[in-house]
Ligand binder design. Structure first.
Ligand code: SAH
Ligand code: SF4
Length: 391
């Protein structure tokens, strides 16, 4: 006798398994609500939060301080990491790592980890540079992400997950330093700083970025101090003003890159919407309201925005403002034709700014050999995939 094969109508066919939502999307209050819904006392929310963000556990099964049934319910409903690592590169000097992540829908984003060894003046630092969007719609011509266009917004969990990924690396490194007696138990540093300078425009994904900041800043989790977090914006004026009202002391970096509309509009299409005068006015209002300095990013493009005359214009524009200018020799992208100025030119630019009382730093390069610039790793992987496909 043969067993009849069960008949299925098209509707009954198993749908492809949906990925479980990441628990990293939950804020503190949402986690408390989840724990109550699962019939657990409130202190379990704190234990769960610490297990994820302080102990950096990679699975619910490893959270052995939680009851087995509770762990099973969490496992059934949630994942922890919202993506899988697709590539992980280390720079030759060991200072920089770059990771490329593939998300459930196939989109890819990048995260960079930069290490700074302690010296006489500063403790050990590790900075995570995170993405807030897959791609970017703003089309700055020198930027690898801008050259690739916009894909989609990242969820809070996808933003937080990037920091958690590098926090686990930092934790392993700290543990190795303790084992070799290079540091004491109380000297672990983990991730000390976060900069929102990866792919995408954080202020075009405002709410998810702010929620991610609250998770990173939480004292019982990663405990990254607000003053050690920096959000970089292309210059979205309404959001700069909104950010001034946020109840935390997170740093603001503004990508200026030119001292006048004529120069800025060539490389930054957003300048037609928020021209230099409007942008600087918003920055002045931010400083007035918060009493905090603005960090201006100024990518030096040889022959375009690096002349002494442009340095004078920039000095005059920013004179008297509580600010700091980061001068960044451009990291040439494969599709762009930009060149970095010789070092003497960057230093001359800096000297001119100083005559206006405007402080600046020429930024130290990190991770050039692993394409650590904004969006460059994704661009390289996609280019390689294209090359392979057309070979
Ligand atoms: N969208 C935001 C944050 C991400 S870009 C912004 O534009 O500010 C982070 C910083 O990297 C910005 O200052 C941006 O102008 C800069 N950047 C982009 N491409 C670069 C390149 N090829 N070389 C150097 N800096 C670059
Ligand atoms: Fe977008 Fe920033 Fe790149 Fe401009 S520099 S395209 S805003 S990610």
């Amino acid at each position: 006798m043969t067993t009849p094969i069960p008949q299925t109508t098209p509707d009954e066919k198993a749908a492809p398994a949906q990925p479980k939502p990441s628990i990293l999307n939950l804020g503190r209050k949402e986690m408390l609500a989840l724990v109550a819904e699962l019939g657990e006392p409130p202190y379990r929310a704190e234990q769960l939060w610490r297990s994820i963000y302080h102990e950096c556990k990679t699975s619910f099964a490893d959270m052995t301080n939680l009851a087995k049934g509770f762990r099973a319910s969490l496992e059934e409903r949630f994942s922890i990491d919202p993506f899988t690592p697709a590539l992980h590169l280390h720079s030759r000097d060991g200072s920089t790592d770059k990771a490329l992540f593939r998300m459930a829908d196939g989109e890819m984003i990048e995260t960079v980890l930069m290490r700074y060894e302690p010296d006489a003046h500063r403790k050990r630092r590790r900075t995570a540079c995170v993405s807030t969007q897959a791609g970017c719609a703003l089309g700055c011509t020198f930027c690898a992400t801008g050259q690739q266009g916009f894909r989609r917004q990242l969820t809070t969990g996808e933003i937080v997950g990037q920091v958690l990924y590098v926090a686990r690396i930092a934790q392993a490194e700290d543990n190795a330093l303790i084992a070799s007696r290079a540091i004491a138990q109380g000297e672990v540093s983990g991730i000390t700083n976060v900069v929102f300078m990866g792919m995408g425009e954080p202020f075009a994904n405002y709410d998810n970025t702010m929620k991610a900041i609250r998770v990173l800043n939480d004292g019982q989790g990663m405990n990254i101090g607000a003053r050690h977090i920096t959000v970089s914006t292309v210059g979205l004026v309404p959001q700069i003003l909104k950010f001034a009202d946020e109840p935390f002391q997170v740093n603001l970096a503004v990508s200026l890159h030119a001292p006048d509309d004529e120069t800025r509009s060539v490389t930054m299409p957003i300048n037609r919407r928020y021209p230099v005068a409007t942008l600087i006015d918003a920055c002045r209002r931010y400083v007035e309201k918060t009493d905090r300095r603005v960090f201006f990013e100024y990518v030096l493009l040889a022959g375009q925005n690096d002349s002494a005359a442009q340095a004078h214009k920039l000095g005059a524009l920013l004179r008297g403002m509580l600010c700091h200018v980061n001068l960044i020799p451009v990291n040439p992208t494969e599709k762009g034709s930009y060149r970095r100025p010789v070092q003497a030119r960057s230093l001359e630019f800096q000297t001119v700014l100083l005559t206006y009382g405007v402080p600046s730093t020429v930024r130290i390069e990190k991770g050039i050999d692993i394409s650590a610039g904004c969006g460059q790793l994704r661009a390289r992987v996609l280019d390689q995939a294209e090359a392979t496909a057309s070979a």
